[in-house]
Write a protein that binds this ligand. Structure first.
Ligand SMILES: Cc1cc2nc3c(=O)[nH]c(=O)nc-3n(C[C@H](O)[C@H](O)[C@H](O)COP(=O)(O)O)c2cc1C
Length: 376
C-alpha cells in the first residue's frame, strides 16, 4: 500500500486549521475562500504551487462520459462556487470537474440570513442561500475572462428566486434565458438543470411531470448539444422519481444528479442537540444526513436504467470509501460540497488516491469497471 500524503493533509486540516476557521461565521469563511482561490488562480506561480501540493492524477480514474473527458470522478457540486470565481481554480485542488452556480437569470442577494450554518457532529451544513446569485450576465462576463480550456466545467441553472417570478410560465422563461446565454459556449461541458432547490419561494414546481415536461419542451428549442443532468431532490421515493426520469430521458436529459439537500429535521443522521440549536433557523441540510437517501436512490435508479442513464452521486462524500460506495451502487461520477468544508482543500486528491487503492484491491484497471458492481 502506498503512503497517501493527502490523507495526512486532511488530518492536519481537520485537527488544526478547521477548528480555527470554524471560529469565524461560515459565510465569512466561504467569502474569504472564494477571494483567496480567485487570487491564487490569477497568479501562475501560486496556482502552480497549489497544484503541486493538492493535485493527484492517475489514468485509472479517467473516463469519457457522453463525449466529455473527466480526469477523475470527483467533482465540485453546485453551491460552493455560485458566481464562478473559482471556475479555473478547483482543478488545481484535484477536482475532476466543477459546477458553477446555481446561476439564475437575475441577481439575488440570497435569503435573509443566516444563510449558512455548521452542524459539526452531524457532518452537515445548514443551507438557506435560496439561489444567491450575481445573475447570469455578470457570471457570463466573469467566466469569459478566465482560461477554462483544460477544465471540465458545468453550469447549474435555476430560476431567479424573486417575487416577480411567481408562476411556472415565468420560471420557464427565466430558466430558458440563462440556458440560452450559456448555450454553445465553448467552455461549457455540461449543464445541470436544478429543479430541486428547497430554499426558494416557489419551492419545487418542476418535480411534477406536466411542469417538467413544459420546461424541457421549452429548453429543447435551444438545441443544447452538451449533456444535461437533472438535479433531483433527496427526499423522493423511487416510485415518484421514475416517471420524472422516464419523461426527462425522452426530452434531452442524459443523466441525473442524486441528490440535493435534506429537508426533514428528523433525519436520523442529524444530531438531536445540534438540530435543537438551529430550531429557529430556516434552511436545509447537506453532508452525512444526505447520504442514505442519495445512496438508496442511486441504487434504485441504476437497477432500473443501468447504463442508459448517467448517474452523478452527491451527498455526504467525505472520503474514498464514501465515493466508492456511490460508484459501486451505480454512479459514474460523484460530487461534493460539504466534504470540502470538513476535510479541507486536499479532499479531492485524498479521495482520488484512495479510490485508486480500492480499485487495485478489487482488481479493476479503471474506475468505469466498478460502476454498479455492488448493485445486486
Ligand atoms: C452551501 C451550499 C449551497 C448549495 N447551493 C446549491 C445550489 O445553488 N444549487 C444546487 O443544485 N445545489 C446546492 N447545494 C446542494 C449541493 O450541491 C449538494 O447537492 C448537497 O449539499 C449534498 O452534497 P454534499 O453532502 O457533498 O454537500 C448547496 C449545498 C451547500 C452546502
Amino acid at each position: 500500500m502506498s503512503l497517501n500524503p493527502y490523507s495526512l493533509y486532511c488530518s492536519v486540516y481537520r485537527n488544526i486549521a478547521r477548528p480555527l476557521l470554524f471560529l469565524t461565521p461560515s459565510e465569512k469563511i466561504h467569502e474569504r475562500a472564494l477571494e483567496t482561490g480567485e487570487k491564487i488562480s490569477n497568479n501562475k506561480k501560486a496556482a502552480g504551487f497549489i497544484r503541486n501540493l493538492c493535485n493527484y492524477d492517475n489514468s485509472a480514474l479517467e473516463q469519457e462520459i457522453l463525449g466529455v473527458k473527466y480526469r477523475n470522478p470527483v467533482g465540485l457540486a453546485a453551491g460552493f462556487d455560485y458566481d464562478g470565481n473559482l471556475a479555473s481554480f478547483m482543478s488545481s485542488l484535484g477536482f475532476g470537474f466543477n459546477t458553477v452556480g446555481t446561476v439564475t437569470a437575475l441577481p439575488y442577494e440570497g435569503n435573509t440570513g443566516p444563510r449558512l450554518g455548521r452542524l459539526v457532529k452531524s457532518k452537515s451544513l445548514l443551507v438557506n442561500k435560496g439561489f444567491k446569485s450575481e445573475g447570469a450576465e455578470k457570471i457570463f462576463s466573469r467566466l469569459a475572462k478566465k482560461d477554462l480550456s483544460n477544465i471540465t466545467l458545468g453550469i447549474s441553472i435555476g430560476s431567479s428566486n424573486l417575487p416577480e417570478i411567481d408562476t411556472t410560465e415565468k420560471a420557464i422563461n427565466d430558466y430558458s434565458s440563462t440556458f440560452n446565454m450559456f448555450n454553445d459556449v465553448e467552455y461549457v461541458d455540461y449543464f445541470e438543470l436544478n429543479v430541486s432547490c428547497p430554499n426558494t419561494k416557489i419551492k419545487e414546481p418542476f418535480t411534477n411531470c406536466p411542469n417538467l415536461s413544459a420546461l424541457l419542451s421549452s429548453l429543447s428549442t435551444l438545441k443544447i448539444k452538451v449533456p444535461m443532468y437533472l438535479k433531483l431532490p433527496n427526499e423522493i421515493s423511487a416510485a415518484d422519481l421514475f416517471p420524472l426520469i422516464d419523461l426527462a430521458l425522452g426530452k434531452g436529459v442524459s443523466g441525473v444528479i442524486l441528490s440535493n439537500l435534506v429537508k426533514d429535521r428528523s433525519n436520523p443522521m442529524l444530531d438531536e442537540k445540534e438540530i435543537a440549536k438551529v430550531s429557529s433557523l430556516k434552511g436545509n441540510f447537506s453532508g452525512k444526513p444526505a447520504a442514505v437517501n442519495a445512496n438508496n436512490l442511486i441504487g434504485e435508479v441504476y437497477k432500473r436504467y443501468g447504463k442508459d442513464l448517467v448517474i452523478v452521486g452527491c451527498g455526504g462524500v467525505f472520503n474514498a470509501k464514501d465515493a466508492y460506495e456511490k460508484i459501486k451502487l451505480g454512479a459514474s461520477l460523484v460530487q461534493l460540497v460539504t466534504g470540502l468544508v470538513y476535510e479541507g482543500p486536499t479532499v479531492a486528491a485524498n479521495i482520488n488516491m484512495g479510490l485508486v487503492e480500492l480499485l487495485r484491491k478489487d482488481g479493476y484497471e479503471n474506475i468505469s469497471e466498478a460502476i454498479g458492481v455492488g448493485n445486486a
